[in-house]
Ligand binder design. Structure first.
Ligand code: NAD
Ligand code: UD1
Length: 336
């Protein structure tokens, strides 16, 4: 029996592979490497000392997927595979809908035809939109996404809820991630974007000398220091949340939604300062215009995950900064 990890060579996927292997699970990984490389999976083997099979496969390739299901005894899927750049999704909506939604539909069909009906899905805090008050709770109304990427998450959540309503054998866990940052403490795996769209990767690329200066997107928000407040969560804590989600999804049916966040809001300037203090490096920054579509506050109420899954985030902002920097300085060009 094996857990199939789609998009397992990616940032969150590779960290989740480590935690699943450490917890004693057998895993099978697939990825088309459009935003990753097999080296990440070799490093997962190095960290854990455990072996597993991985396939180069696209989730839109029904035949390829079916072969993986037939060759391995897959009992559940953790579904990370997808495109995730918000800005790019506004320029290439068709590609985002085809890859994320089309790919998910193909994969769900192959799952069903192989009688595998247990899935943990990577959703996002973005589904809470701009209108809900913080902290975000799972019971809040969703449906006000502002970009195609966010809309793919919302639609996939809806699709999974619908198939579960129609067929009560399905067991679905929707995980809404807040802002994953950090890296495995070994410094062997981490996030390696060619262009950093998000705050922590940008800070660490400034630190390593690849970018000159951080642009802080606005200091006029209605927050204590005027900069945006987010719920940064260490990727290893997030990965551990997936182990709990798999334990939960296995013996059950139905749909359950969980926030995976810390519940703490941290501003842009607080994160910059924390990175500087943790690593003794100066991060030059300038205040620029706010980024379109940004909101002032985004943080979770993570109580449900604690009550139901027995999971809570444990790592501090300092550890997020230290681990990001260890990865970045040991691998200035990512896996290349
Ligand atoms: P990532 O890009 O590092 O990982 C995604 C992986 O999926 C990559 O390895 C990519 O090559 C693969 N992939 C993409 N399309 C594929 C396809 N058609 N077939 C097979 N493989 C494909 O991203 P990540 O940060 O690890 O995110 C993982 C998941 O979590 C994504 O679904 C993302 O939308 C979601 N998520 C991420 C964040 C975040 O801030 N990182 C926040 C919320 C949700
Ligand atoms: C991003 C995604 C969102 C996703 C979330 C969780 C975008 C536009 N949105 O949002 O869909 O759900 O991550 O992973 O990518 N900032 C700067 N300078 C920078 C980069 C960011 O000041 O160079 C600020 C932002 O304005 C924001 C904060 O830092 O206030 C965090 O930004 P980012 O890391 O992009 O995450 P989110 O805005 O939460």
């Amino acid at each position: 029996m094996s857990i199939l990890i789609t998009g397992g060579a990616g940032y969150i996927g590779s960290h989740t592979c480590v935690e699943l292997l450490d917890a004693g699970y057998e895993i099978t990984v697939l990825d088309n490497y459009c935003n990753s490389c097999p080296e990440a999976l070799e490093r997962v083997k190095k960290i854990t000392g455990k072996d597993f099979k991985y396939y180069e496969c696209d989730i839109r390739d029904a035949e390829g997927l079916d072969k993986i299901f037939k060759e391995n005894n897959i009992e559940a899927v953790i579904h990370f595979a997808g495109l995730k750049a918000v800005g790019e999704s506004c320029q290439k909506p068709l590609e985002y809908y085809a890859n994320n939604i089309g790919g998910t539909l193909t994969m769900l069909e192959v799952m069903r035809s192989n009688n595998c009906k247990k899935i943990v899905f990577s959703s996002s805090a973005t589904v809470y939109g701009a209108e809900n008050p913080v902290p975000f709770v799972e019971t809040m109304k969703t449906g006000t996404t502002t970009n195609p990427y966010g809309t793919t998450k919302l639609y996939i959540e809806t699709i999974l809820q619908d198939i579960s309503k129609a067929d009560d054998q399905w067991s679905v866990v929707l995980l809404r991630y807040f802002n994953p940052v950090g890296a495995h403490e070994s410094g062997l795996i981490g996030e390696a974007p060619s262009f950093p769209n998000n705050l922590m990767p940008y800070i660490s690329q400034v630190a390593v000398g690849k970018r000159e200066c951080l642009s802080v997107y606005g200091d006029c928000y209605d927050t204590p220091d005027g900069t945006g407040v987010r719920d940064y969560i260490h990727v290893v804590d997030l990965a551990k949340g997936h182990v709990k989600a798999i334990e939960y999804v296995m013996p059950r049916t139905g749909v359950e939604i969980f926030n995976l966040g810390t519940g703490n809001g941290v501003s842009v300037l607080e994160l910059v300062k924390a990175f500087e203090d943790a690593n003794n490096i100066k991060i030059p920054y300038k205040i620029v215009e706010p980024r379109a579509g940004d909101i002032a506050y985004c943080y979770s109420n993570p109580e449900k995950a604690y009550k139901v899954l027995g999971w809570k985030a444990e790592k501090s902002v300092k550890e997020m900064c230290e681990d990001t920097w260890r990865w970045q300085k040991n691998n200035p060009d990512g896996y290349n």
